[in-house]
Design a protein around this ligand. Sequence first.
Ligand code: PBG
Length: 335
Amino acid sequence: MPITTGSFPHSRMRRMRRDDFSRRLMRENTLTTDDLIYPIFVIEGENTREAVASMPGVDRITLDILAEEAKQVAELGIPAMAIFPVAGDSKKSDLAEEAYNPDGLAQRAIRAIKAAAPELGVITDVALDPFTSHGQDGLMNDEGYIMNEETVEVLVKQAVSHADAGADVVAPSDMMDGRIGSIREALEAAGHINTRILAYSAKYASAFYGPFRDAVGSSGNLGSGNKYSYQQDPANSDEALYEVALDLQEGADMVMIKPGMPYLDIVRRVKDEFKAPTYVYQVSGEYAMLKAATINGWLDEEAVVMEALLGMKRAGADGILTYFAKDVARWLKKA
Ligand code: PBG
């Protein structure tokens, strides 16, 4: 060990821990409201909130309510919101054309947030799963394989349509190869030179996405299908660094690791290796676990959520996408 340590009793680790002032002085990491991204599920209709059964406290909301939410989120000081559209069955197809409809639900949601709270950053999900009849993130061939280049073509149209509608950040969560470079080129060509790309670079094929798929209604369509041919194997770590390197080279401004808690070793490695803006997604299954335990009175909600998020900061995350964002902002205000 390079540090010269004293031996007991010259060194007593508990001296610094004795009082609040010295605990505060030696604190290495903090969680602030600036670290938060608030995800939201949007639906068609008016004045409606639909509860998501497997995510107590999370609702799917219509665009009029979204405008109110956006104002609230901005007032709480949260920097950005991430939009996830829930498309009806009539909007789903084999070619996912609805993904780039200039008047689609996501595109209208962007405009609604920008009108209500212009200073709030708007992040959009670039992937086809809300709009494919089979619930996969891309276009499928006859053998059930998700086709890469054909999918990227649609993703590019989707990303540009989001930027046209006013999105500040487009976030490809599809895991196709080469999509960051293609989206970057298309954004430049369309004059969207400052649209940021948040690449879900290391997105694992995780069972923790279950409640999200219920929320967006893709689980039924996906059935027993899986995403192993494009999302990463949870067993791998070097592969995540390779993915991040490619995405940064192709023009990503920010990179995402997903899920969060079981993958904090990846966050640390990515941050150490690349020093790029690094984000972590505390996904729906993580939310559901914490919520289930706290609703049952088995864990203290504020304490465990704050500890879980601080752990993500300690691992190297610059920001965290979390369904708890509004609660966290309130807890931080109160403190
Ligand atoms: C889809 C997408 C998923 C999530 C975000 N975008 C699900 C998936 O890949 O199947 C999961 C988020 C969560 O679980 O909270 N492209």
